[in-house]
Design a protein. Structure first.
Length: 246
């Protein structure tokens, strides 16, 4: 017996409808078979773990990019600050050298008027018929000893830091030995009193005196020791110096 299908489209629709129903049925059957709660929890944990791993990966990449940018900025700042520190050290070295030279000049300037003051005071104190035949300094201090830094300024390693300090406020120690002659013993006493009263001289002592022959006459030869002292500021007079510019 032969059958002829007079509506072929209806057969295709029926086949398609049957295939769709079978897929939905398979899915429904799979869901209906998964009834274990532990299996559902495990699947959910896997999904949550995957999400957390993705979030953490994105956060770490973002943090790494920020740290890399900060590191590059820090390196650039380090290079710039290193150059600034080197220039600062050079400027400090030049400043220390200039300060040391200025202190040397100040120390020399404070000591250069010692002998003019001493000679002026000795000349002013000389009484009549009394003269000086010799005047000398009994203590000798070299410049190296004067500029030698104290032991406390040295570091633990034994090396001093920077140029040696120069004491610009210390009073130079100058001890004098005077040899003179006079025809009057009372004049020697007045000479010693006037020297002791001077603001620049102290500790005037008579070392010895004796009678000698000078130009056929008897005179008293004496030897005195004295020490220079820093005078009070009121004893020093300063005057302005003006220069005419042509």
């Amino acid at each position: 017996m032969i059958e002829i299908n007079l509506n072929p489209g209806s057969a295709k629709k029926s086949r398609n409808r049957g295939a769709g129903m079978s897929f939905t049925g398979v899915a429904a059957g799979a869901m209906s078979r998964v009834k274990d709660p532990y299996l559902l929890a495990a699947a959910g944990s896997v999904v949550v773990a995957a999400l957390l791993v993705g979030v953490m990966y994105w956060h770490q990449n973002s943090r790494a990019a920020q740290l890399d940018a900060q590191m590059q900025a820090a390196q650039q700042d380090s290079i710039r600050y290193t150059a600034i520190i080197i220039q600062k050290h050079k400027a400090e070295a030049q400043r220390d050298s200039v300060v040391h030279q200025v202190n040397l000049i100040k120390s020399f300037d404070n000591k250069r008027f010692v002998w003019p003051h001493l000679m002026d005071e000795v000349s002013r104190a000389l009484p009549p018929y009394t003269w000086i035949t010799s005047i000398s300094q009994t203590n000798v201090t070299t410049a190296a000893q004067q500029d030698q830094p104290p032991a406390g300024d040295k570091q633990k390693g034994g090396k001093s830091k920077g140029p040696p300090p120069v004491d610009t406020s210390s009073v130079p120690v100058v001890k004098l030995h005077l040899i003179g002659q006079t025809v009057d013993i009372q004049a020697l006493t007045r000479f010693m009193k006037v020297l002791e009263a001077s603001p620049f001289i102290q500790d005037v002592t008579l070392v010895r005196s004796s009678i000698v022959i000078a130009d056929g006459k008897e005179v008293t030869e004496f030897q005195l020791d004295a020490t220079y002292q820093a005078p009070d500021s009121s004893a020093i007079k300063t005057i302005p110096v003006s220069l005419s510019v042509r």
